[in-house]
Design a protein around this ligand. Structure first.
Ligand code: SF4
Length: 215
């Protein structure tokens, strides 16, 4: 590791030692659905709708038989709810047709389910089987770009590969959770609270914005 990656990891470990998944779920099915619903939506909003969703549709078989408008009513407070409702039903059907009514816990199978991209598969398997990954959401992407771990135009898959090269595998899961906590609490999209951050010397964004302010 470099001075920059070591400083980053130790700052995050100090500030967010207990950061973890903030989605509520009780099994693999609920986990995958909750992660799918969390795209472009915060976890607290997802946690508000999932109890009713899982109570009405407790497994993939029930979900496969759901009517789109009924799911939409339950998840209407979430962004992209129409698309998510469609994907949930398609996911239920795919689990019934291809995986005996269960959510598959193999990355290669999971990633092929409707609405489940690499991020959803990575995050789900991290939670369900501790499969190491430095999964990239909007917070991880923003922080990585500001600190120069990734370039502005990099997509989440490229960012993930770059992060996984820079940090040891045993740190990936903790770093994933801690980077999200850092992005939520300090390194916000708008007006990051840089005065609470110890990474100024490594941060291209900070250097750029503080030199602009000084003009
Ligand atoms: S210095 Fe500011 S912009 Fe840079 S990583 Fe820290 S909080 Fe984020």
């Amino acid at each position: 590791m470099t001075t920059k990656t070591e400083d980053f990891a130790s700052f995050l470990a100090e500030r967010f030692p207990d950061a973890g998944c903030t989605l509520n779920f009780h099994n693999a099915y609920e986990c995958v659905c909750a992660v799918l619903l969390s795209a472009q939506t915060n976890d607290m909003s997802v946690n508000k709708v999932t109890p009713a969703l899982f109570s009405a549709y407790p497994n993939p078989t029930a979900l496969a038989q759901a009517k789109q408008e009924d799911i939409e009513k339950i998840i209407a407070s979430l962004g992209l709810y129409r698309n998510k409702a469609k994907n949930l039903i398609a996911l239920g059907k795919a689990c019934v047709e291809k995986h005996g009514g269960e959510v598959p816990l193999v990355f290669e199978d999971l990633v092929l389910l409707p609405g489940v991209g690499v991020k959803t598969a990575n995050v789900s398997l991290m939670e369900l089987s501790s499969r190491p990954a430095y999964a990239v959401d909007t917070h991880v992407a923003r922080v990585s770009k500001r600190l120069g771990f990734a370039k502005e135009g990099d997509d989440p898959l490229i960012i993930e590969k770059k992060l996984e090269k820079k940090f040891p595998k045993e740190m990936w899961i903790d770093l994933h959770h801690r980077t999200i906590a850092f992005g939520r609490a300090i390194c916000h999209a708008q007006k990051p609270e840089c005065e609470k951050c110890r990474l100024h010397e490594h941060c291209a964004y900070f250097k750029k914005t503080s030199s602009t302010k000084g003009r």
